[in-house]
Design a protein. Structure first.
Length: 559
């Protein structure tokens, strides 16, 4: 049996040594990793936004240059449109821009007056299409990809001008590969760039797409998100788009997931290796300390066996008290680390609130995180109070008695357990007399006693939950001269008559195995004795119990 006990203690102690650093590390890594990942993702989207804006500006400047060249040609047409000099001027444009397929001078009806290109259409009609109407109406036109008379796809740019009181349109066809080559020349590594018309067709792309309807490219951009940068989980890629000033085309940039977070992957890999190395060190240290503790337990068991009959219970209580105080002291260290990290996160959240500005959605997320951090702070403070109570009990000599007004003190204690009472669906009643009741005791120890009795009452009511509404009544009243009576009554399960004489015995409990240590009422009885008071109870099985404290009262004149 003792060997089994030592093995259990060894496993628990080993688990405690491993979990103590693991929990705060996991919390810190989880929070830091989440914030770092979001920051990296936002950085990628910002970079993609800059790139799409840059690409759109380049293409717009290119189109402005083409229209500017056409305007210069139109301004230089001082000769008769039938003059061969006109063709020479037009051919200069094709020499300057190799991507120009052909150039034609047409009148308002579409009749060709001059042409430079692979085939001569002078005297014929070039299919007017929308480009001619837009040029005559607006002064210039840029069309999407169309098929020419030779069956080859090309862009059409047109510029209107007047000559000898006649209106002419200078028409220029461009090879669609020109835009593809331009996009390939300026794009960053891993970034796909493509142009989309208002019909949802890819008219040029860094992958050579022309007049395609690839839903993987089109759908994310046209889901009411034109002009923004976003992450699309369906295609597992980041997108950014801009509407071009010329032609009304949409320029979109895309970056797939494998190339998105290479830097973050390296950072997480380094962090993971660091944590793994630290974990190995903690593991080896825990094994060593566990073995050392196991040897100490073995020696203690051998010594305790010699005095088993005389000192068994005293030794067990002393051991447990020492361990509890030691654990409480050790727990305070990670609690302080967690509290420091919580304060740091609050500073970060304040910075995020200032950065959020008018972004309501982001500000809402920050506020939700703030609520969670506040809850973490509450739980840290709760753990700190528990460890403080354990340490205070372990250092009984440090207790300081003071005058306590029960009308103020008891409600403060109830606030610590009010949430648990509400969750257990129990109604709570508190009765105070009109007279002022003051006792001279250590507040932390009295609080410990009241909380233990209230928790026992909640547990007893929980055992009969569903059979009747749970009720707890806490009353304070003046007892005999110079005494105060504090009673806690519940309508729970009650205590069997054959067990009542064992209630204040150490390690005796009516709870199932693993649910209680059997020390609560024993410790409370000792605390009340040290206050020169009395702790007792009455109980009827199936009807409930009433525990009451009788403490010395301080007269009003002395307070």
């Amino acid at each position: 049996m003792r060997q089994h006990t030592r093995q259990t203690i060894k496993r628990n102690f080993f688990a405690a040594l491993m979990l103590a650093p693991f929990i705060p590390v996991v919390m810190a890594l989880g929070t830091g990793g989440y914030l770092f990942w979001n920051h990296a993702q936002q950085g990628v989207l910002d970079r993609l936004t800059l790139l799409s804006t840059h690409y759109a500006s380049l293409l717009d400047r290119y189109m402005d240059d083409c229209l500017g060249d056409m305007a210069l040609i139109g301004a230089g047409l001082t000769l008769n449109t039938q003059s061969p000099d006109l063709r020479e001027i037009l051919e200069r444009l094709t020499d300057k821009r190799k991507e120009v397929v052909d150039v034609a001078l047409v009148d308002a009806s579409g009749a060709v007056h001059a042409y430079a290109g692979p085939s001569v259409y002078k005297g014929t009609h070039v299919e007017p299409g929308r480009w001619l109407d837009e040029a005559l109406e607006r002064g210039s036109s840029i069309s999407g990809v169309v098929a020419g008379q030779m069956g080859l796809p090309h862009y059409v740019m047109a510029k209107r001008f007047s000559h000898s009181e006649e209106t002419f349109v200078l028409r220029m066809s461009l090879d669609p590969e020109a835009f593809t080559r331009m996009l390939m020349g300026v794009r960053d590594d891993g970034v796909d760039v493509f142009l989309i018309n208002r019909k949802g067709e890819v008219i040029a792309g860094s992958g050579g797409q022309i007049l395609t309807r690839e839903r993987e490219l089109i759908d994310p951009v046209f889901l009411s998100r034109i002009g923004t940068a976003f992450w699309d989980p369906t295609s597992n890629a980041a997108y950014s788009s801009r509407v071009m000033r010329n032609a009304g085309w949409i320029l979109a940039a895309r970056k797939h997931s494998p190339t998105l977070f290479r830097a973050t992957d390296s950072a997480f890999l380094f962090l993971g290796l660091s944590v793994l190395g630290g974990g190995i060190i903690v593991l080896l240290s825990s094994l060593y300390l566990t073995g050392f503790v196991e040897k100490m337990l073995q020696q203690r068991d051998d010594e305790r066996e010699k005095l088993r009959e005389q000192l068994y219970r005293a030794g067990r209580l002393a051991e447990l008290g020492e361990m509890a105080a030691g654990f409480a002291h050790e727990i305070n260290n990670p609690l302080q680390i967690m509290k420091s990290d919580q304060a740091y996160i609050e500073m970060l959240l304040q910075d995020f609130r200032e950065r959020a500005g008018e972004d309501g959605e982001f500000l809402g997320d920050v506020n939700e995180m703030g609520t969670s951090i506040n809850q973490i702070k509450v739980q840290i403070d709760r753990c700190a109070r528990i460890t403080h109570s354990i340490l205070s009990f372990g250092r009984a000599g440090n207790a300081e008695a003071q005058n306590i007004d029960l009308a103020k003190f008891v409600p403060e204690v109830l606030t610590m357990i009010q949430k648990k009472i509400q969750l257990s669906n129990i109604s709570m009643r508190v009765n105070f007399p009109s007279a002022r009741l003051v006792v001279n005791v250590d507040s932390a120890r009295l609080q410990q006693v009241l909380l233990n009795l209230l928790n026992n009452a909640i547990y007893a009511i929980g055992e009969v939950a569903g059979t009747r509404p749970g009720e707890i009544e806490l009353s304070c009243a003046a007892e005999s001269p110079g005494k105060v009576r504090i009673s806690i009554r519940d309508n729970g399960l009650g205590i069997a008559e054959d067990q009542q004489h064992l209630i204040f015995t150490p390690f005796f409990t009516t709870k199932p195995a693993g649910s209680g240590t059997g020390l609560g009422l024993s410790v409370c009885h000792g605390i009340v004795d040290s206050m020169k008071g009395v702790l007792d109870f009455t109980s009827v099985k199936g009807q409930g119990s009433t525990f009451f404290l009788i403490l010395p009262r301080v007269s009003s004149s002395s307070t």
